[in-house]
Design a protein around this ligand. Structure first.
Ligand code: SF4
Ligand code: SF4
Length: 170
C-alpha cells in the first residue's frame, strides 16, 4: 500500500512524498518545488486525485487543504513525514529545494508505513540568516502577526526574504 501511495502521489505531480499519522488517520504529505507563484487550489486538486485513488480501493480519504490545514499544520506533518525540518524561519526546509517548497496532504484510513527518506538531519545549525534579514523581526519574536502586518504593508502583498536568503539546499 505504501508503494501504491507513493506512485500515486508522484503521478499526481508531487516531487516529494512522505507518510505520517495524525490522530487515527494516516497522512500522505506531498511536496512540490516552488514558492508563492504556485496555485494552492491546484495543489489541493492534486491531493484530491490521490484521495480518490484511495477511495476507489475502499479507504476513507480527505484532502488536508494547502490553504488551511484544517487544524493540522502541514509543515509539522511534513517534518513528521520526513520531508525535511521546520527551520528557524518557521518554514519547512527540504534537502532538495530548501524552503522553496509547497505542501498538500491527504488523510486516509489506508495502512501506510511511515518513512524518513527525505529527512535533512542536521537542521539549521543556528545560521540565523533569515532572522537577521527579516524586516519585521517576526522571526525573532516568533510572531505570525508581525509577519502578516509586514506582508500586508507591501505594495504587492508579498515578502519572500526569508525564503530567498536561506542557504538550503546547500
Ligand atoms: S515573510 Fe518577510 S516578514 Fe515574514 S518572516 Fe519572512 S522575511 Fe520576515
Ligand atoms: S536561513 Fe538559516 S536559520 Fe533560517 S531557516 Fe534557513 S538554515 Fe535555518
Amino acid at each position: 500500500m505504501t508503494d501504491f501511495a507513493k506512485e500515486t502521489a508522484l503521478e499526481a505531480g508531487a516531487e516529494l512524498v512522505g507518510f505520517t499519522s495524525h490522530g487515527d488517520e494516516q497522512v500522505v504529505v506531498l511536496g512540490y518545488p516552488g514558492n508563492g507563484c504556485i496555485d494552492l487550489a491546484d495543489l489541493d486538486k492534486k491531493a484530491g486525485m490521490v484521495a480518490r485513488r484511495f477511495e476507489e480501493l475502499g479507504f476513507e480519504s480527505r484532502v488536508i487543504s494547502s490553504r488551511n490545514g484544517g487544524g493540522a499544520s502541514l509543515r509539522m506533518l511534513a517534518e513528521d513525514a520526513g520531508l525535511g525540518f521546520v527551520g528557524r524561519s518557521g518554514l519547512l526546509i527540504t534537502s532538495e529545494y530548501g524552503p522553496r517548497v509547497r505542501l498538500s496532504a491527504v488523510a486516509t484510513s489506508a495502512p501506510l508505513a511511515t518513512d524518513k527518506n527525505h529527512s535533512v538531519a542536521d537542521g539549521c545549525r543556528g545560521c540565523g540568516i533569515c532572522e537577521d534579514a527579516c524586516p519585521s523581526k517576526a522571526i525573532t519574536h516568533r510572531s505570525v502577526e508581525m509577519c502578516r502586518a509586514h506582508v500586508d504593508s507591501q505594495a504587492d502583498g508579498r515578502c519572500t526574504i526569508c525564503v530567498d536568503v536561506c542557504p538550503y539546499p546547500r
